[in-house]
Design a binder for this molecule. Structure first.
Ligand code: GLC
Length: 776
């Protein structure tokens, strides 16, 4: 039956619900409630961060998430007030008030007394090993994040399941996706909060679908565990959420350049010709991805002797021409007992592969046909797998693309959508002292594979590497970038890519992208041109296309489209100093790189459903075209003053304007007061030192901290970076640009600085890192 008609309930058994409070206890970090048999614990981890746990029988499992980077005891103790009146409890932190009534109902209040995340009646319950929490949805509340999701921005009135799945052929009705990130942000004017549902078991959010105005959070875990993160704005929520689940490390700068991928560039010659084409046509490109056909019969960590006989040569050739190679790695290891295939042999010998509950080796069918699967939950397996990457990094591979790690596998034969299977839910997984089964670890398979990969690369490559994963769980940002899987060469997939990536950003995962041009199917010239424009905004800018589709390189659609692709890829490269600063912001504060307008204007209701305009960083707003034959579109300019990127024309905000956007133009706007550092076009990131930095200033009031480091080593972690703060303001009809002295140890290459005030004038001088004020 098609899923959108719903599913029959599997049981008529009613929920048992929590009983009234019988007694209350308090310690330094938490308040504990005994509610009949059930126990409820509220831990105060920060003034804006409260963890709620409930166990139906008072037994709490030792550990229920592998995603939390900061355990309760690692948060500095915060003081809170605790008032008890009978069995009614009030807790107060610097930012919040929490009440727990004698009926065991929890409500949160901001300092103005606005209630949020309030328990409904019933508030918490359990049945058949599952637990659930019910909360009230406020009248004007809207819901964002939820990890990787199709559809538009706001998820009110929908059901969102957290279960990693190979979501091939996804569309706007698809629920389960490759990523499972049980986190969301609820927003209304003046108040936003986040909820991280800390369960790796199957879980589900019903956001007012079954019962309007009721949010139900349900999990197949035997206890409830969730964190409430108060804002009041999305930026503060993400900051705390990334503190909790982990921050993104800075990727190498080259990973911010253009990536070209196809399933497959199937031989050395094809790859050589491809890279020649880029350089001859002067289309910047940093990264070439090698899909599954570089391997010998889809055996991971091998090379095809027929198609890549001189792969070492190829890789050094690529390096000489400024290209980085990224190879795909799937988790399925070919089952080959008699073939001297070392990955299989070692894995079997050391018992690294997942077994069924009865001890039999588990297998499924994937690209190499019969395959077995490493148990990435085990630290020894992660280390072993990570070390295998040395065979690739030693010959010059710079990044790894982890695919099929939901894990995607079939019963025989592989490739029939009806044959999809999972590991048995009772298959044991994990280290001996942390052993559980697949029901609990399913959602973690991709995350743990990415972790193993990232740690292996860090160990063997000695500089920053690139990791890309299809599947993941909350906290994936700590280990990898993410792409949205197998999209289609369809206009609606281009359109959907914006809210999809924005919701990923609102789920703490900033380094994200969709396959430019669409993976499955054939793009038209017009679709490809529009997609490249939008792709220029994706934090991960990668074009990819599937086996047996037409080629999707920038030049295949004729001169006009090639020119458009070149111009937008060039613009991406010019903007790299600005984009790299946005990555630094993401790495330090959890801010998304691609942002929906509501991120910057959370009190402006007009932005709540605005899914087709986005911010790249904090200053540039794009209003792309994502429909065929469309040359005009409405653009919403929020409050303030705006400038047209292309013409410099000034607009008053708080209005809609009609933008003219012929094929070669994607409407782009800049906020007044913006500071945008840019570099000259290069064919790849480190082609030559940036000897000229142009800083575009848009008249108004603003401040911007520009971040720089060497772009490749880990030295930034020990202080080898530099920041320069620019302030823009007006005085006596003059525009003043105050450049602060360069802070930090890093010394950028010698360069000319060109400060350009849009529509006013420019000044050029040698950048000596000293403070100065310019007047225009
Ligand atoms: C999966 C990936 C896709 C890749 C293909 C072959 O479908 O999502 O990106 O090209 O496998 O490896």
């Amino acid at each position: 039956m098609p899923q959108y008609f719903g599913k029959l309930p599997t049981t008529a058994q009613p929920w048992s619900t929590i009983e009234p409070v019988e007694s209350v206890q308090k310690d330094e970090r938490s308040v504990q409630f005994k509610c009949g048999e059930a126990h409820l614990i509220l831990s105060i981890l920060a003034p804006n961060l409260i963890r709620v746990k409930m166990s139906p029988n008072g037994d709490f499992l030792p550990r229920r998430s592998w995603a939390v980077a900061k355990d309760d005891s690692e948060w500095p103790v915060v003081s809170f007030q605790h008032n008890q009146s009978g069995n009614n409890t009030e807790i107060e932190t610097e930012q919040l008030k929490i009440s727990v009534t004698k009926d065991s109902q929890i409500s949160f209040f901001d300092k103005q007394g606005n209630a949020f995340a309030c328990d409904a009646n019933p508030s918490a319950g359990w049945r058949m090993g599952m637990t659930a929490s019910w909360k009230k949805i406020a009248a004007d509340e809207h819901f964002y994040g939820f990890g990787e999701r199709t559809g538009f921005l706001d998820k009110l009135s929908q059901v969102k399941t957290n279960w990693t799945t190979d979501a091939l052929d996804f569309g706007s009705l698809t629920d389960e996706m490759y990523q499972a990130i049980p986190f969301f942000i609820a927003l209304r004017p003046g108040l936003a909060y986040g909820v991280f549902f800390n369960t790796t078991f199957w879980s589900c959010f019903d956001i007012g679908a079954e019962e309007p105005a009721i949010l139900k959070m349900e999990t197949r875990a035997p206890e409830l565990d969730y964190y409430i993160i108060y804002g009041p704005e999305p930026s503060q929520i993400l900051q705390t959420y990334c503190e909790l689940t982990g921050k993104m490390p800075l990727p190498p700068k080259w990973a911010l350049g253009y990536h070209q991928c196809r399933w497959s560039y199937e031989s050395e010659i094809v790859v050589q010709n491809l890279t020649k084409e880029f350089r001859q046509r002067q289309i910047p490109c940093d990264v070439i991805h090698l899909d599954i056909d570089y391997m010998r019969g889809y055996r991971v960590f091998t090379w095809s002797p027929k198609r890549f006989p001189n792969y070492q040569n190829l890789l050094s050739n690529l390096a000489e021409n400024g290209f980085k190679a990224v190879t795909i790695i799937d988790p399925g290891v070919k089952y080959e007992p008699e073939a001297d295939y070392a990955v299989f042999d070692e894995g079997l010998q050391n018992d690294y592969f997942v077994r069924k509950a009865d001890g039999q080796l588990f297998h499924g069918y994937v690209w190499p046909d019969k395959a077995v699967f490493p148990d990435f939950m085990r630290s020894d397996v992660r280390k072993w797998w990570g070390d295998w990457h040395k065979t690739l990094t030693d010959v010059g591979v710079s990044g790894i693309w982890c695919d099929m790690n939901e894990p995607a596998l079939d019963d025989r034969p592989f490739g029939d959508p009806g044959n999809k299977i999972w590991f048995p839910f009772d298959a044991p997984q994990g280290d001996d002292n942390d052993r559980t089964n697949h029901a609990e670890t399913h959602n973690l398979y991709g995350l743990m594979m990415a972790k193993s990969t990232s740690e292996g690369l860090e160990k063997h490559r000695h500089e920053r590497s690139f990791v890309l994963t299809r599947s993941g769980y909350a906290g994936v940002q700590k280990w990898s970038s993410v792409w949205m899987g197998d999209n289609h060469s369809l206009w609606d997939h281009l359109e959907m890519s914006l809210p999809m990536l924005c919701n990923m950003g609102l789920s703490g995962v900033a380094f994200v992208g969709c396959d430019i041009g669409g993976f499955a199917g054939n793009a038209t010239a017009e679709l490809f041109a529009r997609w490249m424009q939008v792709g220029m905004l994706y934090p991960l800018m990668r074009a990819h296309s599937a086996f047996s589709t037409a080629r999707h390189e920038p030049w295949v659609f004729g001169e006009e489209v090639e020119k458009i692709c070149r111009e937008y890829i060039q613009l991406r490269y010019q903007l790299l100093p600005y984009i790299y600063t946005a990555f630094w912001e993401a790495a330090t504060t959890g801010a998304p790189i691609l942002r929906p307008l509501l991120y910057h204007y959370p009190n402006d209701l007009q932005t709540y459903h605005l899914y087709d305009q986005v911010f790249l960083g904090s200053a540039i707003m794009a209003a792309p075209i994502y429909r065929p034959g469309v040359e005009y579109r409405s653009v919403y300019l929020p409050e303030g003053v705006w400038f047209d990127w292309w013409t410099g024309e000034r607009y008053q905000g708080s209005q809609h304007i009609l933008a003219h956007a012929p094929l070669e133009k994607m409407p782009l706007y800049v906020r007044a007061g913006a500071v945008i550092p840019m570099m000259p076009v290069m064919q790849y990131v480190d082609q030559r030192p940036v000897d000229e930095l142009t800083v575009k200033i848009y008249p108004g009031e603003g401040e911007f901290t520009f971040y720089e480091d060497d772009g490749k080593s880990f030295e930034y972690k020990t202080g080898n970076f530099a920041t320069t703060t620019y302030k823009v303001f007006s005085e006596n009809e003059k525009i003043l640009v105050e450049i602060g002295a360069k802070q930090g140890n890093y010394t950028p290459p010698a360069r000319q600085l060109i400060v350009q005030v849009i529509g006013v004038g420019e000044e050029r001088f040698t950048d000596d890192g000293n403070a100065r004020t310019l007047t225009f």
